[in-house]
Design a protein around this ligand. Structure first.
Ligand SMILES: *Cc1c(COP(=O)(O)O)cnc(C)c1O
Length: 386
């Protein structure tokens, strides 16, 4: 039996009947866009994520641009992002004419290094060309960024904080979700993410009622929302009044129906993922240069299980021969990507990111990884004598 890197079919078999019933009910209802399951899922997502408001949207990339649009970001604004992340984190910034500034990461957690963030913000301020407005911290591979420290930096510089939790949604720090510190948490329901649907989907979570209302309008072409109606009368259906320049970014009813079922088992799956990760840590530590290090007080949702190795290429070949699939996240950090090289880097460059890109390797990880299969992965890593 070949080993899957992420076995989504195993989860499908486990939840099968329930998801099929939910899908058929959504199809038969005919309410295919913004049907009742969307609102139900948003309410349940907000409860799970300890947030006052949750809104679905089309994907995790739109989830990142929605708050930037709502805050009115424009040319001349600087947004601080890690370089060691998936493209989407920085991609939305130039969409609005703003400038991403790439910040290095912590060598152990791989998340944004707060000290380097502050140095980057101060350098931008000293130069005086761009206005520091927003920090996007990424919960890379599933674990929370160092939010208490990053929040304090944002407060000092009067900046907004987004937690890009596409990989980390469900993670906690000292028992609470990143939203305790961030102005907004964004996530993706791309199938391979810890909480995934059967296609594209995303969501934003916030305690800020005004921000939620702005984003609710923006995701549906800038439609009229309650605050726009105050003190006005309409001689036509206000539904067709565009109050702001928005977009079309809705979560499909079908995907919401699927996610309602998946959210029910998500807390248990997070426990399974943590048990699997602990087992990997215990057995792999003697054989690799580094096993994952989770921030003190943090609980990861383990979007990836990522090790470091001095001879990564040799280990990849060996594992391939043993039937063990692997992946490298990320071989080319954002600041080295052709489309992003022209954007500024934080003071001191990105030496940690540039070192990690040659050393990291992700192993099979998903909630349904059974011990026998995991033992094969462990044995294959342990048998490499490169
Ligand atoms: C997957 C991902 C996104 C984007 O999500 P999509 O739903 O694919 O648009 C954003 N940020 C990070 C860190 C991601 O891993």
């Amino acid at each position: 039996m070949s080993i899957a890197f992420i076995d989504l079919q195993a989860q499908r078999r486990r939840l099968g009947g329930k998801i099929e019933a939910a899908v058929m009910a959504a199809v038969e209802s005919g309410a295919w866009v913004m049907g009742p399951p969307v609102r139900q899922f948003e309410d349940e997502l907000a409860a799970f994520g300890q947030a006052k408001h949750a809104l679905g949207c089309a994907n995790g990339t739109d989830a990142l641009v929605l708050p930037l649009m709502a805050w009115g970001l424009r040319t001349g604004d600087a947004v601080f992002v890690p370089s060691f992340t998936f493209t989407a984190t920085a991609e939305v910034v130039p969409w609005l004419g703003c400038t991403p500034i790439f910040v290095d990461v912590d060598p152990k957690t791989y998340n944004m290094d707060p000290q380097k963030l502050e140095a980057a913000i101060e350098a931008v301020k000293a130069e005086g060309r761009l206005r520091p407005r927003v920090v996007i911290a990424v919960d890379l591979f599933g674990q929370p960024a160092d939010y208490p420290v990053i929040r304090a930096i944002c407060d000092r510089h009067d900046m907004k904080l987004i937690s890009d939790s596409a990989q980390g949604f469900g993670c906690t720090l000292n028992g609470v979700h990143p939203l305790k510190w961030a102005d907004i948490t964004t996530t993706s329901f791309f199938p391979a993410k810890p909480l995934g649907c059967y296609g594209d989907g995303g969501a934003v979570l916030t305690d800020d009622a005004d921000l939620a209302e702005e984003m609710d309008s923006l995701r549906v072409h800038g439609k009229v929302v309650a605050k726009d109606m105050q003190g006005r009368s309409f001689d036509h259906d206000p539904k067709y009044l565009a109050m702001r320049i928005g977009m079309n970014s809705r979560l499909d009813t079908l995907q919401a129906a699927i996610l309602i079922e998946k959210l029910k088992v998500f807390p248990e799956e997070i426990e399974w993922r943590n048990r699997i990760a602990a087992r990997y840590n215990e057995h792999l530590a003697p054989h690799v240069a580094a096993v994952p290090h989770v921030i003190k007080g943090g609980v990861s949702v383990w979007a990836q299980y990522t090790i470091e190795h001095d001879d990564r290429a040799g280990l990849i070949d060996h594992l391939k021969a043993e039937g063990v699939p692997t992946a490298v996240y990320y071989p080319v950090p954002m600041h080295m990507q052709p489309a992003y090289q022209r954007f500024p880097q934080g003071a001191g460059g990105l030496p940690v990111t540039e070192r990690l890109k040659d050393r990291v390797l992700s192993l099979p990880m998903h909630a349904d990884l059974d011990e026998a299969t995991q033992d094969r992965v462990i044995a294959a890593v342990a048998s490499y004598k490169g």
